[in-house]
Design a protein. Structure first.
Length: 427
């Protein structure tokens, strides 16, 4: 079946905008053509709208939607230890499934078609991705500190097993990664033992790194080197690997990232909310580092909209560089589309023949998007998630005229309210 997305304007890979139709091969899940007067077996109306690549949320913990607004206004360390970890300790597989569904519903409604996720009870998340119709790179987050050796090994084994089992699931829409939680919560002996197993399994490694100063200092003190140098020593930073945050990074570390080809996921809202710091995004760009954009979990954001994240990235990038020309609109849009796809190794991020048919249509007919001097500026600074009219992933329509077709919206919200209330009771 061929689907013609007609009557709109299209954001091309070079970030120019052209009046064009997009022809999608719904069976193969690819874009066949971008051009004038294209006809398919079916039509999707994009008139008055901008057809753009689906957004890539390159770092999140999607099931944390159940903890949205549960604990706010605390620094990372206290927030994790006093609120988040105790609550997460009570999460059942069913809770994770419900939280993941809620997050995916929110992503579909705000124009995200692909995401990278680090969490636990991953088989539940795989099932939810399969049903929702999104694309994802999933992994089990490993923590080994303050654990008995056997429990720590079990956790690492599970991350490898999940990566092996589910790579290619959901008709190829699910990819996986080995996901040690961070350089300070996973011991170096575990990295030495398990990272080679991830290489053997052919999956990338995704890890939090250089998020706060408190996380950097112990590594420097104990090992006499910067965290990313330490990561490299222990087998990380292959071209397919990607680290979340990179807030407290040095020029030497940027050089290391650029040399190795490993990517960084910038999470500006989470970094601001937890007062973690300002990532030197413009400096990383200039050094040739691949950068994607992520929301991080809903508990530290508190939404999963990448339109908000683009705005935050552009704004915070200027403040960090003390330069209003830093992280321009184009850079923010690039990070949320092609950059995220490149960093996570997921298809998508561009609309051109042969590319994955992961795309969204944004309604431009709104007061806050008028006049239309520069649509890329609007995407970075003025569009909100609720301006998204249609969402397609892998050639399938997931949302049409704001109605999500793959999920029962009311039922998802109701289950989430109930699961969240039960969870808080137990904690
Ligand atoms: Zn995170």
């Amino acid at each position: 079946m061929e689907l013609a997305v007609t009557g709109g304007r299209v954001l091309l890979p070079d970030l120019t905008v052209e009046r064009a139709d997009v022809l999608v091969d719904a069976d193969e899940g690819v874009v066949r053509a971008v051009g004038q007067d294209l006809a398919g077996d079916e039509e999707l109306d994009a008139s008055g709208g901008l057809v753009m690549p689906g957004l890539v949320n390159a770092h999140t913990h999607v099931a944390m939607t159940l903890l949205r607004g549960y604990a706010d206004d605390k620094p990372l360390d206290a927030w994790l230890q006093e609120d988040i970890w105790p609550a997460e300790g009570e999460l059942t597989p069913e809770d994770v499934r419900v939280g993941a569904e809620l997050g995916m519903l929110e992503m579909i409604k705000s124009g995200t078609t692909a995401f990278a996720d680090m969490y636990f009870h991953v088989p539940e998340i795989v099932d939810a991705v399969a049903d929702a119709g999104l694309r994802a790179r999933l992994g089990h987050g490993v923590v080994t500190i303050a654990k008995e050796a056997e429990t720590a090994h079990d956790d690492a084994e599970e991350s490898i097993a999940v990566a092996r089992e589910f790579d290619g699931a959901a008709d190829g829409r699910v990819s996986t990664a080995f996901m040690p939680h961070s350089l300070t919560t996973v011991g170096s002996d575990f990295l030495d033992e398990y990272v080679p197993q991830a290489r053997e399994a052919g999956v990338p490694v995704h890890i939090h790194a250089n998020e706060t100063a408190d996380e950097v200092d112990p590594i420097v003190e104990e090992h006499g080197m910067r965290p990313l140098e330490y990561a490299r020593e222990h087998g990380l930073l292959e071209p397919e690997d990607f680290v979340a945050h990179g807030v407290h990074t040095t020029p030497e570390e940027h050089e290391l990232l650029a040399e190795t080809g490993a990517g960084v996921v910038h999470c500006p809202a989470s970094n601001m909310k937890l007062a973690s710091g300002m990532a030197p995004v413009q400096v990383m760009h200039d050094a040739g580092v691949s950068v994607g954009l992520g929301t991080d979990g809903a508990a530290s954001n508190n939404d999963l909209s990448l339109f908000d994240e683009m705005r935050d990235a552009a704004m915070l990038g200027k403040l960090a560089a003390d330069d209003a020309s830093a992280v321009p609109a184009e850079a923010a849009v690039e990070m949320a589309t092609q950059g995220g796809a490149e960093v996570t190794g997921l298809p998508g991020g561009r609309i051109e023949p042969g590319a994955a048919a992961d795309l969204v249509v944004v309604d431009l007919d709104a007061p806050h998007l008028t006049p239309g001097h520069d649509l890329v500026s609007h995407l970075a600074y003025a569009v909100t998630g609720s301006d998204v009219r249609h969402t397609l992933c892998d050639g399938a329509v997931l949302m049409r005229d704001r109605e999500v077709l793959t999920m029962d919206e009311d039922a998802v919200l109701e289950r989430a309210e109930r699961a969240a209330a039960d969870l808080v009771q137990r904690v």
